[in-house]
Ligand binder design. Structure first.
Ligand code: GLA
Length: 401
């Protein structure tokens, strides 16, 4: 009888003990995702060639780790309900692709949806959560993006919790990326469920504007940047606000790509390249692999940046870093060049949330330009620069001691 009671308690209470896998995203996840460039046009050749390019382009060396297949990899479920990849696009199967990617020291991500069907109309995980999680674990998947199409009537927190518990039960550490576009304020409930959550609808290859599709829009870089005020306190190590995948290299100007990348780094967003990294220009590669700017994103404090000044088209964004340092991003949102003249000694920047203050009148800092990769004096000087339309200056200030 005692045994039966213990067994009963185990079975009944185990799901309540489930947790997300902790520590998988102590800094924002970095990798690549197929959607922005390839949409439904995914296959194993693209994925394995992208893994090759991740290594040869220097992106792996710069910190990119995940190769994430987005929508449309799916075939049908088999007679037992197990999901199979599309046999024509992935003839070797997911396990073999995962082995190939792991052998390169990289990790493989996959995509599903909490509803009956994915946004691309492929089988969703609703009703198959535990079986799908088990299948992903068996294949050797490391990252799951979980979308929110075709979920009418579902409770978001409950649906994501179910998949979190399913992943926990499957037993393989898998980064869990919540993609419900910020509809139900996931930052308020998802900290213990996922490792990151989208805060917006989809990004477009637009710096400033939106592309309407009737009932929904996809958004420009500045629109996503501005979309949610007051949620930076919810982001931090292992639980990030996700500003969506990068459009660097997909058609904006070099200045716009540089600004987009810098801002995503300032906001401590996951950095998932969304271009064809097999064929990218030197400018695109230089942006995606700038280690000093990436270090701002990957800083161990995990503080999301904030806007500390707005003067017409000029904005300054600030992000406190480890070792009492600070990253600042000067952004020109407008169409005309701006003459920036910033007299450090007249400024004091305070992160009220984290109670960190930088008083340039009292303390001197060394200033390094992270795009020019040059030291440019100290805060006793004046930063004087022409800043082109949609471009940025990113500096790191380190205390002198
Ligand atoms: C949604 C997501 C996108 C992408 C597509 C795939 O729109 O927000 O990031 O995954 O679905 O269909």
């Amino acid at each position: 009888m005692k045994k039966i009671i213990v067994l009963f308690l185990l079975v009944v209470t185990t799901p309540c003990l489930a947790q997300k896998f902790e520590g998988l995203a102590l800094t924002p996840p970095m990798g690549w995702n197929s959607w922005n460039k390839f949409a439904c046009d995914v296959n194993e050749q693209l994925i394995s060639e992208t893994a090759d390019a991740m290594v040869t382009s220097g992106m792996k060396d710069a910190g990119y780790m995940y190769i994430n297949i987005d929508d449309c990899w799916h075939g049908e479920r088999d007679s037992l309900g197990f999901i199979r990849p599309d046999p024509e696009r992935f003839p070797s199967g997911m396990k073999s692709l995962a082995d190939y990617i792991h052998a390169k020291g990289l990790k493989l991500g996959i995509y599903s949806d909490a509803g009956w069907k994915t946004c691309g109309g492929r089988p969703g995980s609703r009703g198959y959560e535990y079986q799908d999680a088990m299948q992903y674990a068996t294949w050797g998947i490391d990252y799951l993006k979980y979308d929110w199409c075709n979920t009418e009537g579902l409770n978001a927190e409950g649906a994501y919790l179910t998949m979190r518990n399913a992943l926990a039960a499957a037993g393989r550490p898998i980064v869990f990326s919540i993609c419900e576009w910020g509809n139900d304020n996931p930052w308020e409930w998802a900290k213990n469920i996922g490792h990151c959550w989208r805060i917006s609808g989809d990004i477009a290859v637009i710096f400033d504007g939106e592309e309407g599709f009737g009932s929904w829009s996809s958004w420009g870089v500045l629109q996503i940047l501005d979309m949610r005020e007051g949620i930076r306190q919810y982001s931090g190590p292992d639980h990030w606000n996700d500003f969506d995948m990068l459009e660097v290299g997909n058609g904006m100007s070099v200045a716009e790509d540089r600004a987009h990348f810098s801002l995503w780094c300032m906001m401590a967003s996951p950095l998932l390249a969304g271009n064809d990294i097999r064929n990218m220009s030197n400018e695109t590669r230089d942006i995606l692999t700038n280690k000093e700017v990436i270090a701002v994103n990957q800083d161990s404090l995990g503080i999301q940046g904030f806007k500390c000044l707005k003067k017409s088209d000029l904005e300054i964004w600030a992000k406190p870093l480890q070792d009492d340092a600070l990253a600042l991003c000067f952004l020109n949102r407008g169409m005309n060049t701006i003459s920036v003249e910033y007299k450090w000694s007249e400024h004091r920047i305070e992160d009220g949330l984290n109670k960190i203050a930088f008083n340039f009148g009292e303390n001197e800092y060394n200033v390094r330009d992270l795009w020019a990769k040059k030291n440019i004096g100290t805060t006793n000087d004046v930063l004087k620069r022409e800043l082109a339309s949609h471009d940025v200056i990113v500096v790191k200030l380190s205390p002198q001691n």
